[in-house]
Ligand binder design. Sequence first.
Ligand SMILES: *Cc1c(COP(=O)(O)O)cnc(C)c1O
Length: 349
Amino acid sequence: MSLITLDSENFRHNLDLFTTHVNNISNNKAKVCMVLKDNAYGHGLEEMSELAAKANIKEVFVKNFLEAKGIAHKFENVTFFYGLPQAKIDNIYTTIHSLQDIEKIESVLHDVSGLKVELKVNIGMNRNGIEPKDIAKCIDSLLKKKVVLVGVFGHNGYGDSDDEIEFNLEIKRFNEVKDEVAYISKKIGFKLPRFHSFNTACTLRASRYEDDLVRIGMGLYGYATPMHKLSSKLKPVLKLYANKISTKLLHKGDKVGYDGVTKIKDTCEVSTYDIGYGDGLYRTNGNRILLLPNGNEVLPISSMDCFTTYGSSECICVMDDALSVANSFDTIPYEVLTRLSSFIPRKII
Ligand SMILES: *Cc1c(COP(=O)(O)O)cnc(C)c1O
């Protein structure tokens, strides 16, 4: 059976690194909150939320209501970024992306009074969130329906970018949003919501931060772009292992797998292991080379449920560094990790 191990010490190490850094750049002691969306970036929602709760992380973010519902009892609050709430649960916050969202929510919940929401504002990525010019109107319509505005957030999309100007412009736009919300809150008299706008890259890049919390995903799992000074200190949390299905002794000229793409050059032992592209491992087809941590190649063409490599060990580490896999397939660790099937057992070590 294949297995994913989650290194609790490495997780603590990454969290300490972010906590120290955020304390250094933030005057108002911004909190380090964790993003657990997409099955905790493929690590396993249940297991990573257990590690996060044990490490005293109190506020987290996920993709949808279902994920939020599964872990809400472990945290002070959980915000879900997308989709509608299926029930009114006090510590689950719904994200509002547009003026129409509240009507959509009403079609599910009927009575939205007391529902806690965070308002997502577009500060430059032009991806989602309401436009800054619509903030007053949006807050007004939320308050009329007695919806509780607990947060206002943006997503600065330039943390990894060479474009320092745009990075700072998005900070400036978000600061304007904060000023406006503070003004409205004073004028109408509702509690000032929390503000947040930085992910991993922005947090590592910044030398100052004035919001209330950072939303850290990838950094806590152990990865960040090399352009940031602290990136090399992060330690990957996840390792992926596979178990042997069978071993064969092959000779020069023998072929392996679909279409016989791999041709054996010398007598050798090869073994198959129980992970394939159906489990989220990239499929090797001969064009790109996937190396295992032991330096051996995943022989093309790999299969849905298994792959073949040289050697005969019972258990093999398939991945201990998602960045090296990402580099082989011209992608990023986010994609490599989120592909990992939720059916693979997870174990905290
Ligand atoms: C995914 C996500 C994050 C976390 O991003 P990382 O780069 O993994 O730190 C933060 N905020 C929002 C809105 C997100 O969707």
